[in-house]
Design a protein around this ligand. Structure first.
Ligand code: FAD
Length: 431
């Protein structure tokens, strides 16, 4: 096992893509804009593109560097992200019709992004590779089979069932008890997608301002007065696109979001044989753990990327590096000698009902709460919220749900480390 810890703390994706972009200095930003967007990830960029193409003057204001939040840090695993409860759980909670509608909307969002990438010709290593999901216990396999049959029947979403005896054709680990392959799932290079979106936004005339934190936002008869450092900008409309980074910019949204740190490691280049001994078909992967691990080969098939929840809210690379490496080697002992080149993290946002939310709060628009699966959702719902802002529809199945808060929670997730450790314990002992 590697003992020295010489790894880069920047996302592996940033080695390939320079995210330095032409921005506008805050001092040069116009006093008046039609739409001011807080946050420059997929949500903000996707919304900005739709709004600017419809003729609106749009400014994206980013507290850090452009697109340096989760959108350029994620695993690039792409799928419809059906609800955590599973199909039967959704039916039990919401009834058959709503459950069906939720599943269909998730698939619609996924198809929308695939179509968008192709139409706009964004080169982001999109690969319709399929995803293998392994069952950590025999009982998990049984419920996966039932779920797979429902998906195939209801959504025409093809799922292959893989018995334990055959799973070596999908994954090089003995920890699973069979699994399923979601054959339509895909993977991409998130930083390349972000870069492509930025280019389209700039071509459409969107103004990008970075290293400028949005402070107080006050509503008035003409719209909003938005405080950014010493500037005050008038905006006819505001979109909050801050997801896991939602802070004091909106106390109402902050208390509806649980920010959780997600982290990843990347190995140094491996032999083709070693990568294929883990993922023979170079798919994306995950399991049925409560504290989910997700993994995939790099787009060139030379490295292995492995991700999971970080136990601390703060960015503690040493801590999650060890945690991920241990869990990766427990699943794949053949990686014991492989060195780790990168370890990085970012914040995702859970909602209390595990449903993404979009709409209006105190007059401001928002879209957030993607529950760790935001590549398709953030792009799709960014577009949808922009259509709502334009008065051009933008209806989704998610509109019918109130954005719930939780008694005694005001946005400080102090209890999360303990909760995550409990889930980790439960995974280990099958509780
Ligand atoms: C390590 C990791 C792995 C992941 N893997 C996957 C995956 O494989 N597949 C998948 O589907 N999803 C994955 N996700 C989730 C996905 O990346 C996110 O759901 C998605 O990128 C959210 O996009 P966003 O634009 O809403 O937010 P973000 O991209 O996080 O952008 C929000 C931005 O708002 C800015 N901001 C906050 N407050 C202010 C303020 N007051 N003023 C100005 N700016 C502000 C922040 O600085 C940040 O840049 C992963 C996330 C992480 C962190």
């Amino acid at each position: 096992m590697q003992t020295k810890t010489h790894f880069s703390n920047t996302p592996f994706w940033h080695d390939d893509v320079d995210l330095t972009v032409q921005t506008t200095m805050l001092e040069q930003l116009s006093d008046n804009v039609d739409v001011l967007i807080v946050g420059s990830g997929f949500t903000g960029l996707s919304a900005a593109l739709t709004l600017a193409r419809a003729g609106k003057s749009v400014a994206i204001i980013e507290a850090a560097r452009i697109a340096s939040g989760a959108s350029s840090r994620n695993g690039g695993l792409l799928g419809p992200s059906f609800h955590k409860l599973g199909i039967q759980g959704l039916v039990d909670k919401f009834g058959q019709q709503t459950a069906d509608d939720l599943l269909k909307e998730s698939l619609k969002g996924y198809d929308w992004l695939l179509d968008f990438i192709e139409t706009e010709q964004i080169d982001c290593d999109l690969n319709r590779c399929g995803r293998f999901r392994g069952a950590l216990r025999p009982a998990h396999f049984k419920s996966m089979v039932l779920q797979a049959q429902s998906l195939a029947d209801k959504l025409d979403y093809p799922v292959d069932i893989i018995e334990k005896a055959d799973q070596h054709t999908e994954v090089g680990s003995s920890k699973y008890h069979g699994g399923v392959v979601y054959t339509k799932d895909a993977s991409l290079h998130p930083a390349k997608l972000v870069k492509g979106l930025i280019k389209l936004c700039q071509q459409a005339g969107v103004t990008l301002v970075e290293q400028a934190r949005v402070g107080k936002i006050r509503q008035n008869s003409a719209g909003f007065k938005v405080q950014i450092a010493r500037r005050e900008i008038n905006a006819a409309a505001v979109l909050i696109a801050t997801n896991g980074y939602t802070g004091d910019v909106s106390a109402q949204l902050k208390k509806r979001i649980l920010p959780i740190r997600s982290s990843m490691i990347a190995t140094e280049p491996l032999s083709t044989e070693l990568v294929q001994s883990i993922s023979p078909k170079l798919r994306t992967h995950g399991g049925t753990d409560r504290l989910v691990f997700y993994y995939r080969p790099s787009p060139d098939g030379k490295r292995f990327l492995f991700g999971g929840r970080a136990m601390s809210y703060q960015d503690k690379p040493q801590e999650y590096y060890q945690y991920l490496q241990q869990n990766m080697c427990a699943l794949f002992p053949q990686l014991q000698q492989s060195k780790i080149s990168h370890a990085w993290s970012g914040l995702v946002a859970y909602s209390f009902d595990h449903i993404p939310h979009l709409g209006q709060n105190n007059g401001m628009y928002y879209a957030m709460g993607y529950c760790g699966s935001g590549v398709a959702r953030a792009n799709y719902l960014g577009h949808k919220i922009a259509l709502k802002m334009l008065g051009q529809g933008g209806e989704t199945c998610f509109d019918q749900f109130e954005f719930p808060d939780q008694a005694f929670y005001s946005g400080n997730p102090w209890f999360m480390p303990a909760l995550l450790r409990w889930h980790s314990f439960a995974d280990r002992w099958g509780v």
